[in-house]
Ligand binder design. Sequence first.
Ligand code: FAD
Length: 455
Amino acid sequence: MAEIGIPQRPLRVAVVGSGPSGFFAAESLLKSLVVCAVDMFERLPVPFGLVRGGVAPDHPKIRSASRVFEKTAEHERFRFFGNVTVGRDITVEELRRFYDAVLLAYGAEGDRSMNVPGESLPESHAATEFVGWYNAHPDYRDRVFDLSCETAVIVGMGNVAMDVARMLAAPVDILKDTDIADYALDALAESRIREIHIVARRGPAQAKFTLPELKEMAEIPGATPLVESDEFTFTLACRQEIEASPGLKRIVEVLEEYSRNRPGNGRNIRFRFFLSPVAVLGKDRVEAMCFERTRLAGEPGNLKAWGTGALVDIPCGLVFRSVGYRGRPIPGVPFNEKTATIPHTAGRVEDNGREIPGLYVAGWIKRGPTGVIGTNKPDSLETVKTLLSDLERLTPCAEPDSQAVENLLRERGVRVVSFDDWKRIDAEEIARGARKGKPRERFSRVEDMLAVLDS
Ligand SMILES: Cc1cc2nc3c(=O)[nH]c(=O)nc-3n(C[C@H](O)[C@H](O)[C@H](O)COP(=O)(O)OP(=O)(O)OC[C@H]3O[C@@H](n4cnc5c(N)ncnc54)[C@H](O)[C@@H]3O)c2cc1C
């Protein structure tokens, strides 16, 4: 068998997805002693996954994580194939013809539903859609949100829910200096939302957000974070959980401060606890959300919410469910419908327990939609370690010619966007932003991104 992983014949790896997990994996492969050539496939003409399309515009420091990824992209053995959807423009099976290993890092772009009646009523949305909309993601660019109502309800209490609440509560004067999509800024400028409820099934000690995101709520000019005092309660097991975790203790202390606030004249952000979704109510559109009051039972660390039978309606004109992202299958690759992830051991994909050397997985599609950008680094390193340890048993690909994949895509009429092409789009976005006093004005349509390259 021909030796692979040497300068004359690098190990050829296709990475699918250009988010943090894809880039962390690429970086690790390129730094390895095994000589690797990495081609990264991304369905959009623009890279960086949720760092661009998820992280909130008022968190520019976090968005700048992409600078590290740019360094990786400069490597001479790295190529970017933007505007290529794997599973549509080229299949995973075809990639395996051109690459010794395929590493799937395509994230979890779907969303979980609440599974309650009325969920599909107009003005009941997934947080995913709202996030993509204000971030100029082409998939969500044409979504319309009716912000003319007074009350919005966000179901779920993780950091994505906090982002959505902050974007609804923040004054436009603050947002206008960010790279938020221009159409979203215009719509938010007209918003009449005054009351924002962030609702959790369990109690203050089980909230999923992190401390900085919670504290930020008190820093939004004109907004008041509130906690209903009768929902700020703890069982003995909750108190034990809090005592065991200094981080949680701090979160509860901040929530306690918020419970002493009185509603303000501006926007109120109400943290609501012990409410489980029952139905979205309304005739032709959202008019209210019905919840069942819950109570907690179980051991510390494993407290579950149980319905009490008491119903609570929150009148509202807008509902965002923020109950989790969900991975989607890709044709030809095993998929666990229950966990919505690709089954694997240490990153090597498995089909019914049978290993598939040559096929790997990293990031949200590997472990589910949890964790921050940095969480993906050890996750991707684990996968790369497994991949490299398989070196001896990988079947070298049939067509190692680095031009072959480009030729195939060209024959299929796919307009491939290289990393240099992306840099031109990037420069144009920054120039458009500068004209408006913003760090960047993003393109929100694929055709507009491609038009920059044809101009
Ligand atoms: C709304 C939101 C806000 C967040 N805010 C923060 C934050 O402030 N700080 C923080 O540290 N973390 C934040 N995170 C978490 C962080 O973004 C994730 O941990 C991380 O992006 C997951 O990386 P990933 O590479 O697995 O997936 P993704 O970032 O989703 O990347 C997947 C990539 O694959 C591409 N892709 C999908 N399907 C295909 C296909 N078929 N072919 C080719 N390409 C494909 C996608 O377009 C995407 O570019 C946030 C997450 C969300 C959802």
